[in-house]
Design a protein around this ligand. Structure first.
Ligand code: IDP
Ligand code: MG
Length: 138
């Protein structure tokens, strides 16, 4: 951790953010949102337990953007069943059961768009270009 770093004459601040125990316990993700997110699976026998799982506590939402990011993220996440996920993947290293597989990643660019529109409101995401972009993408 760098403290008191000076950037363009302005002090860079640090803020410690913590989700407190009540935040974790209160199930702040609504059932409606969870059901809409997983609507393709609504006829599966595990749908009710999946909705209970996803709404059991807060989740951290991210929108990743990049060339081939849908497939790359799925590769990093690993197979749906953690026992079939390769070592080195998030599910392979950190999970045991399909019903507790720690992380979600959209399965197609279309679903990526749909899910991001569901979880983020207009204006909640900012678009910006890193100065490194031209050195990564020709
Ligand atoms: P994915 O997350 O790898 O894309 P999907 O088939 O889209 O897998 O299923 C969505 C989520 O539903 C899974 O990540 C897992 O949490 C849950 N799920 C899928 N199949 C089962 C099952 O057979 N039992 C319990 N939960 C399941
Ligand atoms: Mg899926």
């Amino acid at each position: 951790v760098q403290r008191g770093r000076i950037v363009a004459a302005a002090e860079v601040e640090q803020s410690y953010i913590m989700i407190k125990p009540d935040g974790v316990q209160r199930g702040l993700c609504s059932k409606d949102l969870a059901q809409e997110h997983y609507k393709d699976l609504k006829d599966k026998p595990f749908f009710p337990t999946l909705i209970n799982y996803i709404t059991s506590g807060p989740v951290v939402c991210m929108a990743w953007e990049g060339v081939g990011v849908v497939a790359s993220a799925r590769k990093l996440i690993g197979a749906t069943n953690p026992l079939q996920a390769e070592p080195g993947t998030i599910r392979g290293d950190l999970a045991v059961q399909t019903g507790r597989n720690v992380v979600h990643g959209s399965d197609s660019p279309d679903n990526g768009k749909r899910e991001i529109a569901l979880w983020f409101k207009e204006g909640e995401l900012c678009e910006w270009e890193s100065v490194q972009t031209p050195w990564l993408i020709e």
